[in-house]
Write a protein that binds this ligand. Structure first.
Ligand SMILES: [Zn+2]
Ligand SMILES: [Zn+2]
Length: 1017
């Protein structure tokens, strides 16, 4: 389809007609066309008598072979006319139909084949007598930005099948042979089919097939054989889908029209080609990096280096943004050239602009990183052969100060000896011989000693900097001596013989433990209290405490006024690291984000462990919403506990009023736990020296609050009230920091220490002697219970709906034996997804999947600069895979499942809003809307998009169904009762996909709240 040029009258400006592939199928004879941007404009009124129709039938089928460093662009291969090719490349996201080939995701090589088929069935043209109309329609034009008008359209089939053959010469020849026969048959209808019986089988060996066409149903096919069948079956149909438009300049119709848009400047061919080559180069760089990220065998990488892959995907998104900038600049230039507003000059500036330099630099770094990944993959495989277990240290939350101890602790198992080779890529490069020596030595030892387990701890991605390659040794524990380290769970695989399994304890808490839930306002000093409390239990006298090193459960820092001139000193206690829960730059300002358990062995009762559950403080400086989130976290955490011994509220004794959230917290907790837990509530006061070890002004406030509840059996008396003075503990820490005190001060602190010790033991005795352990009763679930459970289920429900719909759409198309499988994965650090950041697009056949890259939060997002409100916390990440399994469910069954999920979602929302008054963010509907929004954005930026468009249609249908269900409730003034909700919860849990996600969420919770244990020695 070569470019056709008609030269008009010499006196007037030349009228050059141009051909344009019908990328947008909505053009008609008389449609106006913007040649600057190659888009359709409005349509002029045009009656049928002004058209001439010619029926033809000219099939043409050819096969082209790919080349490794292809100079010819994909658009050239499918005969897109020059000029239009540039427009297509300059809007990489705006091309559907056959032009979507520019998004072909695989690299082209000598085993790539292009099967092109086109058949023009009909041609439409403007008739001669239209000149009469000219005046009538002229006014319309002045409004338009049109440069051309469609005067001729060819209709029919236009399709290209891009095939990747296996890298096997003999097989490729056999496939080529079969493809040739298909070509011959499609070219000449008279011929009978000469396909051999095993051709179909041979064609099945093709590795990848992508179909691009002006016919939507052809684009849904996934094999060349299906395409062949479609064409063969439809050869007698009159297919009325535009293939090519012929355009005449506006002046051809209106010779005296002289607006600027009447002039269209064709870009000189050499320059056109130069820009085209450059654009192809850029897009290939981007594509090749994406290909190695998405399609090379990343199984091992995903297992061990998932976070690092996410980082690379983020970097790719940045690179793709740079690409967009370059393209936008060139697009403006090309449009200006076509408008004759500028001339081509300063070529260097065009192609070696600073944007280009940055793009090249980033691309190169990313490519090098990916090469490092390849090397890492090889390393891991090699280590496996030597029976090493690979462990990515970055996933273990180690700190500079404790990595040795923690690593040993996390890898240590009963009855086994460990040798851990700690190193980094940089150290390996610097000292390769040492690495090899140690590796071989350990491998040999392991061969001889069946009881030795060897681990390769890779610190390359950890914040901990190693000084040299080193080996850590842990030895078998003696069974007679109880070790406090034994039960600590680990995130690395421990068994080298059995298949890798993440060993996590089945329940985070062992029944014998004393579980104390500690609640309190931000700034009340929970961390100090926990530290002080265990030290009171450990050191009965002040002298003992002074002559020993205090126990550090939580690193804390505080300001202390010392000396006669009231100097302020910052006192630090424990290891400090950015990965910790607390905000150390701002002492006292707690940013504890999750519940965390601290364990301590009671010295006179070795069987029992004291477990203090630290919670995020309420009255959070980040506002009430954050308080809500924190409360949710607390409720979720205790919902998973087997039992609670005490619920301890920590207060200051001389408060002038109680924080509003204190009341809310109280009510919500009681709601969740029910009346059985009332007796287990205790009150602890800190800084009680000033009130002579009594609850002070706070006492009447609590009494008033308790009275205001309709329930009146919550005790608040001397028995369940405990007063401490943690100043004495601060004093102890200050001593460690080298601060001196006078004798009076010493005396005071000594006294308050002994009182605090007494109170500590009274507290333990009270729990032992007076309290019945509270156990959650699964049979009588409260509203709060249901709320917590539902809030866990919303995301799994939505993602399951999406997945079922995707597979339903796949099964409806002709794509056989393909399905999308979800893989939820636990996370080891808190993460959220950003609603403003662009997700990473993954292409599965013609389906686009948005992968949300997890963002980590400290005080701000570590990945993007969007605000905290734009982020939603997640409890697991979701990966997907395009597998060769066909969907096992019947389509009708799948529709029923989706409908059920949506209806239950509506009922959950109704329950949450009207019964438990949950905050909006936790509901089903906002999640559904976000999903629709995400799909819409995918459709705007990724082509071809017909499968995602279908998904949007389905999701929108569900949204209507949801709204109808809510309306039903409202109009009947119906109340939904807990019984129905609990039935729904049971129903939802039966979906395997949902159950799987719920299980993974539990794993995450266990990993994040992994107990901090404390040594006694
Ligand atoms: Zn963001
Ligand atoms: Zn972010």
């Amino acid at each position: 389809m070569a470019q056709k040029q008609t030269i008009g009258d010499n006196k007037k400006p030349t009228l050059v007609s141009i051909n344009r592939t019908a990328i947008d199928p909505n053009g008609c004879i008389g449609s106006l066309y913007n040649g600057y941007r190659d888009v359709l404009c409005e349509k002029l009124p045009w009656s049928n008598e002004d058209k001439l129709t010619k029926v033809l039938k000219k099939p043409q089928c050819i096969m082209k072979k790919g080349k490794k460093d292809q100079n010819e662009s994909l658009l050239q291969i499918i005969n897109v006319p020059e000029g239009l090719r540039l427009s297509v490349l300059l809007r990489p996201t705006g091309n559907n139909g056959i032009a979507a080939i520019i998004n072909y995701p695989y690299p082209i090589n000598e085993y790539t084949r292009f099967l092109l088929y086109s058949c023009v069935y009909e041609e439409e043209q403007v008739s001669e007598k239209l000149s009469k109309k000219q005046k009538m329609v002229k006014s319309v034009i002045s409004l338009a930005s049109a440069t051309h008008i469609i005067t001729c359209i060819s209709y029919g089939i236009d399709v290209v099948v891009v095939l990747q053959l296996p890298f096997d010469k003999a097989l490729a020849t056999a496939i080529d042979d079969a493809l040739q026969r298909i070509c011959i048959h499609l070219n000449d209808e008279q011929n009978v089919l000469i396909l051999k019986s095993d051709d179909e089988h041979i064609l099945e060996q093709i590795t990848n097939t992508m179909v691009y066409s002006n016919i939507p149903s052809l684009m849904e096919l996934s094999t060349v054989y299906d395409v062949y069948l479609y064409i063969d079956e439809n050869k007698n149909e009159n297919i009325h889908r535009p293939i090519m438009y012929t355009l005449q300049p506006i002046k051809w119709l209106f010779p005296d029209y002289n607006e600027p848009n009447a002039y269209f400047n064709l870009i000189p061919p050499e320059f056109d080609r130069e820009v085209e080559q450059y654009l192809i180069y850029l897009s290939n760089v981007l594509k090749n990096i994406k290909y190695s990220l998405d399609f090379s065998d990343n199984g091992l990488m995903y297992k061990y280096l998932e976070d690092q892959i996410y980082k690379k995907q983020c970097q790719w998104l940045i690179l793709s943004k740079m690409h967009d900038h370059i393209i936008a600049r060139l697009r403006r230039l090309i449009i200006d050239l076509r408008k004759n507003r500028t001339t081509v000059s300063k070529r260097d500036q065009l192609f070696y602009h600073v944007d280009h330099v940055n793009f090249e630099k980033s691309a190169q770094i990313l490519q090098e990183n990916l090469n490092d990944f390849k090397n890492k993959e090889k390393l891991i495989v090699g280590l496996r052969d030597q029976h090493f277990e690979y462990c990515n240290a970055a996933q273990l939350n180690l700190t500079k100060y404790n990595y040795e101890k923690t690593l040993k602790c996390k890898l240590k198992m009963k009855d086994r000896n460990n040798k851990i080779l700690c190193t980094t890529d940089t150290l390996n490069k610097k000292n390769g011989s040492k690495l090899n020596l140690l590796r071989n030595q350990l491998a040999k030892e392991c061969e001889i000693n069946q009881n030795l387990y060897i681990t390769y701890a890779d610190f390359s991605y950890s914040t901990v900097e190693l000084e040299d390659i080193e080996i850590l040794t842990t030895s078998q524990t003696n069974n007679n001596k109880k070790s406090h380290l034994q039960k600590s769970s680990s995130t690395v695989t421990k068994n080298k013989t059995s298949t890798s399994q993440q060993s996590l304890p089945s329940s985070p808490i062992i029944n014998d433990n004393i579980n104390i839930l500690l609640l309190g306002e931000t700034g009340v000093g929970k961390s100090t209290f926990i530290n002080a409390f265990v030290n009171y239990l450990k050191f009965k006298t002040f002298e003992q405490a002074q002559s020993n090193t205090p126990i550090v459960l939580i690193p804390v820092s505080f300001l202390m006024t010392v000396g006669d001139d009231f100097q302020e000193r910052l006192i630090k206690f424990g290891d400090f690291d950015s990965s910790n829960n607390e905000d150390f730059d701002h002492p006292g300002e707690s940013v504890t984000q999750h519940c965390r358990m601290y364990e301590f062995h009671l010295s006179d009762n070795d069987e029992k462990k004291l477990c203090i559950i630290d919670t995020p403080g309420f009255g959070d400086t980040r506002g009430l919403d954050q308080d809500d989130l924190n409360m949710q976290d607390i409720l979720e955490y205790i919902n998973e506990l087997t039992h609670l011994n005490a619920i301890c509220f920590l207060l200051k004794p001389n408060a002038s009023k109680l924080h509003t959230f204190f009341r809310m917290c109280f009510i919500q907790l009681l709601d969740l736990l029910g009346p059985n837990a009332y007796q287990n509530i205790i009150f602890c006061f800190t800084n009680a020296r000033s009130t002579f070890y009594g609850p002070g002004d706070t006492a009447p406030l609590i009494k008033t609050m308790l009275k205001s509840f309709s329930i009146n059996n919550i005790p608040f008396k001397k028995d369940n009230t405990f007063c401490f003075d943690n100043e004495s503990f601060r004093y102890l820490v200050a001593l460690q920091n080298g601060i001196e005190f006078n004798n009076d001060e010493k005396h005071d602190y000594k006294e308050s220490w002994s009182i605090s010790v007494k109170e500590s033991y009274r507290l333990i005795d009270y729990i032992h002697g007076n309290l019945i352990t509270y156990r959650s009763n699964n049979e009588c679930k409260s509203n709060k219970h249901a709320q917590v459970e539902i809030s866990h289920m919303i995301r799994p429900m939505l993602t399951t709906m999406q997945n079922i719909l995707q597979n339903l759409i796949l099964s409806k198309t002709n794509i056989k034996n393909k399905s999308i499988t979800m893989f939820p994965k636990a996370i080891h650090r808190p993460a959220s997804i950003c609603l403003s950041c662009k997700p990473y697009p993954l292409q599965f056949g013609n389906f686009w999947i948005a992968r949300n890259i997890p963002h980590e939060f400290l005080k701000t997002c570590l990945v993007c600069s969007c605000t905290i409100e734009q982020h939603i916390a997640i409890h697991y990440v979701l990966n997907s895979e395009y597998s060769n399994k066909s969907v096992s469910n019947h389509p009708e069954e799948m529709i029923n499942m989706v409908n059920q999920l949506c209806t239950i979602g509506a009922e959950f929302d109704y329950f949450l809003v009207h019964i438990t008054r949950s905050s909006k963010n936790d509901l089903f509907l906002p999640g559904l809307l976000r999903m629709i929004d995400e799909e819409n954005k995918l459709c705007q930026s990724q082509k071809p998009d017909h499968l995602n468009s279908q998904l949007i249609k389905e999701l929108t249908r569900l949204k209507c169904q949801y709204e109808n269900r809510i309306e039903e409730f409202k109009s009947n003034q119906q109340l939904i009762d807990l019984l129905i909700i609990n039935e729904h919860i049971t129903t939802i849990r039966k979906y395997p996909l949902i159950q799987m996600q719920l299980d993974i969420m539990k794993q995450t919770q266990k990993m994040m709240t992994e107990p901090y244990e404390v040594s006694q020695d």
